[in-house]
Design a protein around this ligand. Structure first.
Ligand code: ADP
Ligand code: MG
Length: 291
Protein backbone atom coordinates (compact mmCIF):
# COMPACT_ATOMS: atom_id res chain seq x y z
CA UNK A 1 0.00 0.00 0.00
CA UNK A 2 1.01 3.62 -0.50
CA UNK A 3 2.66 5.16 2.58
CA UNK A 4 0.57 7.84 4.28
CA UNK A 5 3.35 10.40 3.79
CA UNK A 6 3.11 9.93 0.03
CA UNK A 7 -0.69 10.14 0.01
CA UNK A 8 -0.61 13.36 1.95
CA UNK A 9 2.11 14.78 -0.32
CA UNK A 10 0.02 13.88 -3.41
CA UNK A 11 -2.95 15.67 -1.87
CA UNK A 12 -0.84 18.73 -1.00
CA UNK A 13 0.55 18.82 -4.54
CA UNK A 14 -2.97 18.59 -5.98
CA UNK A 15 -4.04 21.55 -3.86
CA UNK A 16 -1.10 23.42 -5.42
CA UNK A 17 -2.30 22.54 -8.91
CA UNK A 18 0.13 19.68 -9.59
CA UNK A 19 -1.43 16.27 -10.30
CA UNK A 20 0.70 13.13 -10.04
CA UNK A 21 -0.55 9.95 -11.70
CA UNK A 22 0.79 7.98 -8.73
CA UNK A 23 3.23 7.80 -5.85
CA UNK A 24 6.03 6.47 -8.07
CA UNK A 25 6.01 9.71 -10.10
CA UNK A 26 6.46 11.70 -6.89
CA UNK A 27 9.52 9.65 -5.97
CA UNK A 28 11.00 9.95 -9.46
CA UNK A 29 10.51 13.71 -9.46
CA UNK A 30 12.39 13.86 -6.14
CA UNK A 31 15.37 12.18 -7.83
CA UNK A 32 15.32 14.30 -10.99
CA UNK A 33 18.48 16.40 -11.17
CA UNK A 34 18.18 17.14 -14.89
CA UNK A 35 15.29 19.13 -16.35
CA UNK A 36 14.57 19.48 -20.07
CA UNK A 37 11.95 22.01 -21.14
CA UNK A 38 10.07 22.43 -24.37
CA UNK A 39 9.94 26.10 -25.42
CA UNK A 40 6.73 27.09 -27.19
CA UNK A 41 3.75 26.74 -24.89
CA UNK A 42 5.93 25.60 -21.97
CA UNK A 43 8.66 28.14 -21.11
CA UNK A 44 6.83 30.65 -23.31
CA UNK A 45 3.16 31.29 -23.95
CA UNK A 46 3.61 31.04 -27.71
CA UNK A 47 0.72 33.45 -27.98
CA UNK A 48 2.39 36.83 -27.65
CA UNK A 49 1.06 37.89 -31.03
CA UNK A 50 1.77 38.51 -34.67
CA UNK A 51 4.41 41.17 -35.27
CA UNK A 52 4.71 41.14 -39.06
CA UNK A 53 2.76 39.87 -42.04
CA UNK A 54 4.39 39.56 -45.45
CA UNK A 55 1.70 38.85 -48.03
CA UNK A 56 2.72 40.02 -51.52
CA UNK A 57 -0.66 39.00 -53.00
CA UNK A 58 -2.78 40.82 -50.41
CA UNK A 59 -3.09 40.62 -46.66
CA UNK A 60 -6.81 39.80 -46.32
CA UNK A 61 -6.75 36.70 -48.54
CA UNK A 62 -3.55 35.61 -46.82
CA UNK A 63 -4.97 36.01 -43.31
CA UNK A 64 -8.22 34.34 -44.25
CA UNK A 65 -6.46 31.25 -45.59
CA UNK A 66 -3.98 30.91 -42.73
CA UNK A 67 -6.77 31.42 -40.16
CA UNK A 68 -8.83 28.73 -41.93
CA UNK A 69 -5.94 26.29 -41.56
CA UNK A 70 -5.05 27.25 -38.00
CA UNK A 71 -8.70 26.99 -36.95
CA UNK A 72 -8.05 23.28 -36.79
CA UNK A 73 -4.78 23.29 -34.83
CA UNK A 74 -4.37 23.30 -31.06
CA UNK A 75 -0.81 24.67 -31.24
CA UNK A 76 -0.43 27.92 -29.23
CA UNK A 77 0.82 29.82 -32.28
CA UNK A 78 -2.36 28.79 -34.13
CA UNK A 79 -4.29 30.64 -31.45
CA UNK A 80 -2.18 33.78 -31.94
CA UNK A 81 -2.71 33.68 -35.71
CA UNK A 82 -6.50 33.19 -35.39
CA UNK A 83 -6.74 36.12 -32.99
CA UNK A 84 -4.74 38.33 -35.34
CA UNK A 85 -7.02 37.55 -38.29
CA UNK A 86 -10.05 38.22 -36.10
CA UNK A 87 -8.65 41.57 -34.92
CA UNK A 88 -8.32 42.55 -38.59
CA UNK A 89 -11.95 41.60 -39.19
CA UNK A 90 -10.97 38.84 -41.62
CA UNK A 91 -13.08 35.66 -41.83
CA UNK A 92 -11.75 32.15 -42.17
CA UNK A 93 -11.39 30.39 -45.52
CA UNK A 94 -12.89 26.91 -45.84
CA UNK A 95 -10.12 24.38 -45.38
CA UNK A 96 -10.77 20.67 -44.94
CA UNK A 97 -8.82 17.43 -44.34
CA UNK A 98 -6.42 19.31 -42.05
CA UNK A 99 -3.59 17.24 -40.61
CA UNK A 100 -0.91 18.16 -38.08
CA UNK A 101 2.72 17.39 -38.84
CA UNK A 102 4.33 17.71 -35.39
CA UNK A 103 7.19 20.25 -35.25
CA UNK A 104 6.50 21.32 -38.85
CA UNK A 105 2.98 22.69 -39.15
CA UNK A 106 -0.31 21.73 -40.75
CA UNK A 107 -1.58 20.66 -44.18
CA UNK A 108 -5.15 20.81 -45.51
CA UNK A 109 -7.06 21.29 -48.75
CA UNK A 110 -9.18 24.10 -50.14
CA UNK A 111 -11.05 24.23 -53.46
CA UNK A 112 -7.75 24.57 -55.36
CA UNK A 113 -5.81 21.69 -53.74
CA UNK A 114 -3.27 21.36 -50.92
CA UNK A 115 -2.58 24.35 -48.65
CA UNK A 116 -0.19 24.41 -45.72
CA UNK A 117 1.35 26.50 -42.94
CA UNK A 118 4.55 25.82 -41.07
CA UNK A 119 8.31 26.14 -40.81
CA UNK A 120 11.00 25.72 -43.52
CA UNK A 121 10.88 21.95 -43.02
CA UNK A 122 7.21 22.01 -44.05
CA UNK A 123 8.03 24.21 -47.06
CA UNK A 124 10.68 21.68 -48.11
CA UNK A 125 8.22 18.81 -47.68
CA UNK A 126 5.87 20.63 -50.13
CA UNK A 127 8.67 21.45 -52.57
CA UNK A 128 8.38 25.20 -51.97
CA UNK A 129 11.39 27.56 -52.01
CA UNK A 130 11.69 30.42 -49.53
CA UNK A 131 14.38 32.48 -51.21
CA UNK A 132 12.23 35.15 -52.89
CA UNK A 133 13.50 38.69 -52.19
CA UNK A 134 10.10 39.66 -50.67
CA UNK A 135 10.88 37.42 -47.70
CA UNK A 136 14.48 38.54 -47.09
CA UNK A 137 13.38 40.58 -44.05
CA UNK A 138 12.57 37.33 -42.23
CA UNK A 139 15.96 35.67 -42.70
CA UNK A 140 17.85 35.43 -39.44
CA UNK A 141 15.03 36.91 -37.36
CA UNK A 142 14.89 35.90 -33.69
CA UNK A 143 11.12 35.52 -34.01
CA UNK A 144 9.02 32.48 -34.76
CA UNK A 145 8.11 32.44 -38.46
CA UNK A 146 5.17 30.62 -40.02
CA UNK A 147 5.09 30.26 -43.81
CA UNK A 148 1.87 29.81 -45.76
CA UNK A 149 1.76 28.02 -49.08
CA UNK A 150 -0.47 26.55 -51.74
CA UNK A 151 1.06 23.45 -53.28
CA UNK A 152 4.69 24.27 -54.08
CA UNK A 153 4.10 28.04 -54.01
CA UNK A 154 4.81 30.23 -50.97
CA UNK A 155 2.09 32.84 -50.44
CA UNK A 156 3.70 34.70 -47.55
CA UNK A 157 4.69 34.51 -43.90
CA UNK A 158 3.90 35.83 -40.45
CA UNK A 159 6.34 36.35 -37.62
CA UNK A 160 5.34 35.98 -33.99
CA UNK A 161 6.84 37.43 -30.86
CA UNK A 162 7.40 34.61 -28.40
CA UNK A 163 8.03 35.67 -24.81
CA UNK A 164 8.85 33.73 -21.64
CA UNK A 165 5.93 33.21 -19.30
CA UNK A 166 6.05 35.69 -16.44
CA UNK A 167 6.80 32.82 -14.04
CA UNK A 168 9.45 30.96 -16.06
CA UNK A 169 12.56 32.82 -14.86
CA UNK A 170 11.64 32.50 -11.17
CA UNK A 171 10.56 28.86 -11.62
CA UNK A 172 13.89 27.89 -13.19
CA UNK A 173 15.82 29.86 -10.56
CA UNK A 174 13.97 27.98 -7.81
CA UNK A 175 14.85 24.63 -9.40
CA UNK A 176 18.51 25.65 -9.62
CA UNK A 177 18.47 26.83 -6.01
CA UNK A 178 17.31 23.36 -4.99
CA UNK A 179 20.27 21.77 -6.70
CA UNK A 180 18.91 20.91 -10.15
CA UNK A 181 22.25 20.96 -11.95
CA UNK A 182 21.19 20.80 -15.59
CA UNK A 183 18.42 22.77 -17.28
CA UNK A 184 18.08 22.49 -21.04
CA UNK A 185 15.67 23.73 -23.70
CA UNK A 186 14.46 21.50 -26.53
CA UNK A 187 12.49 23.23 -29.26
CA UNK A 188 11.17 22.63 -32.75
CA UNK A 189 11.52 26.36 -33.39
CA UNK A 190 14.61 27.75 -35.04
CA UNK A 191 17.87 28.40 -33.22
CA UNK A 192 17.82 32.22 -33.10
CA UNK A 193 14.52 32.16 -31.18
CA UNK A 194 15.74 29.43 -28.83
CA UNK A 195 18.92 31.35 -28.04
CA UNK A 196 17.07 34.61 -27.36
CA UNK A 197 14.55 32.98 -25.01
CA UNK A 198 17.34 30.92 -23.41
CA UNK A 199 19.35 34.08 -22.72
CA UNK A 200 16.33 35.66 -21.01
CA UNK A 201 16.01 32.62 -18.74
CA UNK A 202 19.67 32.00 -17.99
CA UNK A 203 19.92 28.85 -20.12
CA UNK A 204 23.42 28.62 -21.62
CA UNK A 205 23.72 28.46 -25.44
CA UNK A 206 25.13 24.93 -25.30
CA UNK A 207 21.99 23.84 -23.43
CA UNK A 208 19.65 25.20 -26.12
CA UNK A 209 18.68 22.55 -28.68
CA UNK A 210 16.67 23.86 -31.63
CA UNK A 211 15.19 22.75 -34.98
CA UNK A 212 14.19 19.47 -33.35
CA UNK A 213 11.72 16.87 -34.55
CA UNK A 214 9.79 14.82 -31.98
CA UNK A 215 12.28 11.95 -32.36
CA UNK A 216 15.22 14.33 -31.79
CA UNK A 217 13.73 15.29 -28.41
CA UNK A 218 13.48 11.58 -27.52
CA UNK A 219 17.11 11.00 -28.50
CA UNK A 220 18.35 14.00 -26.48
CA UNK A 221 16.36 12.91 -23.42
CA UNK A 222 17.99 9.49 -23.79
CA UNK A 223 21.44 11.09 -23.89
CA UNK A 224 20.72 13.10 -20.72
CA UNK A 225 19.47 9.93 -19.03
CA UNK A 226 23.03 8.63 -19.08
CA UNK A 227 23.90 11.31 -16.53
CA UNK A 228 21.00 11.02 -14.08
CA UNK A 229 17.24 11.11 -13.63
CA UNK A 230 15.58 13.29 -16.28
CA UNK A 231 12.36 15.28 -16.06
CA UNK A 232 10.87 16.53 -19.34
CA UNK A 233 8.31 19.35 -19.32
CA UNK A 234 6.22 19.92 -22.45
CA UNK A 235 2.84 20.88 -23.87
CA UNK A 236 2.60 19.71 -27.44
CA UNK A 237 1.78 16.76 -29.66
CA UNK A 238 5.45 16.98 -30.62
CA UNK A 239 6.45 16.39 -26.96
CA UNK A 240 4.48 13.20 -26.31
CA UNK A 241 7.30 10.76 -27.12
CA UNK A 242 9.86 12.73 -25.07
CA UNK A 243 7.42 12.90 -22.13
CA UNK A 244 7.10 9.12 -22.28
CA UNK A 245 10.86 8.60 -22.63
CA UNK A 246 11.81 10.79 -19.65
CA UNK A 247 12.03 9.31 -16.14
CA UNK A 248 9.26 11.73 -15.26
CA UNK A 249 7.15 13.46 -17.91
CA UNK A 250 5.40 16.68 -16.89
CA UNK A 251 2.65 18.16 -19.08
CA UNK A 252 1.32 21.69 -19.15
CA UNK A 253 -2.29 20.93 -18.26
CA UNK A 254 -3.99 24.29 -18.68
CA UNK A 255 -3.27 24.90 -22.36
CA UNK A 256 -1.39 21.76 -23.35
CA UNK A 257 -2.55 19.10 -25.78
CA UNK A 258 -4.48 15.99 -24.82
CA UNK A 259 -1.70 13.73 -26.18
CA UNK A 260 0.90 15.39 -23.97
CA UNK A 261 -1.32 14.90 -20.91
CA UNK A 262 -1.77 11.24 -21.70
CA UNK A 263 1.94 10.61 -22.13
CA UNK A 264 2.92 12.44 -18.93
CA UNK A 265 3.28 11.24 -15.32
CA UNK A 266 2.49 14.66 -13.88
CA UNK A 267 0.13 17.45 -15.00
CA UNK A 268 0.59 21.12 -14.12
CA UNK A 269 -2.93 22.52 -13.88
CA UNK A 270 -1.69 26.10 -13.83
CA UNK A 271 0.85 27.75 -16.14
CA UNK A 272 2.82 28.92 -13.10
CA UNK A 273 6.34 27.43 -13.29
CA UNK A 274 6.75 28.23 -9.60
CA UNK A 275 4.30 25.38 -8.95
CA UNK A 276 6.67 22.96 -10.63
CA UNK A 277 9.55 24.00 -8.37
CA UNK A 278 7.26 23.75 -5.34
CA UNK A 279 6.23 20.21 -6.35
CA UNK A 280 9.89 19.24 -6.76
CA UNK A 281 10.65 20.60 -3.29
CA UNK A 282 7.66 18.74 -1.82
CA UNK A 283 8.75 15.51 -3.53
CA UNK A 284 12.25 15.80 -2.05
CA UNK A 285 10.95 16.55 1.43
CA UNK A 286 8.54 13.61 1.28
CA UNK A 287 11.27 11.20 0.24
CA UNK A 288 13.39 12.27 3.21
CA UNK A 289 10.45 11.51 5.49
CA UNK A 290 9.76 8.03 4.12
CA UNK A 291 13.38 6.85 4.11
P1 ADP B 1 8.29 23.81 -29.58
O1 ADP B 1 9.07 22.52 -29.63
O2 ADP B 1 9.13 24.98 -29.17
O3 ADP B 1 7.04 23.72 -28.75
P2 ADP B 1 7.03 23.13 -32.07
O4 ADP B 1 7.89 21.95 -32.38
O5 ADP B 1 5.67 22.88 -31.54
O6 ADP B 1 7.84 24.12 -31.08
O7 ADP B 1 6.93 24.03 -33.36
C1 ADP B 1 8.08 24.25 -34.15
C2 ADP B 1 7.75 25.10 -35.34
O8 ADP B 1 6.86 24.37 -36.21
C3 ADP B 1 7.03 26.38 -35.02
O9 ADP B 1 7.94 27.39 -34.67
C4 ADP B 1 6.31 26.65 -36.32
O10 ADP B 1 7.17 27.28 -37.23
C5 ADP B 1 5.97 25.26 -36.82
N1 ADP B 1 4.59 24.88 -36.44
C6 ADP B 1 4.20 23.98 -35.49
N2 ADP B 1 2.86 23.92 -35.41
C7 ADP B 1 2.38 24.80 -36.30
C8 ADP B 1 1.06 25.20 -36.69
N3 ADP B 1 -0.05 24.73 -36.14
N4 ADP B 1 0.97 26.15 -37.66
C9 ADP B 1 2.07 26.67 -38.23
N5 ADP B 1 3.32 26.33 -37.91
C10 ADP B 1 3.49 25.41 -36.96
MG1 MG C 1 5.48 23.28 -27.30
Amino acid sequence: SVPAAILSALAAAARGGVLFKGGAALETLADAGIFAFDKTGTLTTGKAGVTQVIAPEGEDAFLSLIAGLEAQSEHPIADAIRRHAESRGVGRAQVHDVETVPSEGIIGRDSTGPVWAGNPRMARRMGAGLRQPEFAALAGTAQTVVWLGRGDRVLGAVSLADRPRATSAAGLAALRAEGVGTITMMTGDHRAVGLRIGAELGIAPQDVHADLLPEDKVRLVGELAGRGRVAFVGDGVNDAAALARADVGIAMGAAGSEVALQAADVALLSDDMGRLAAAHRLARRTRRVIR
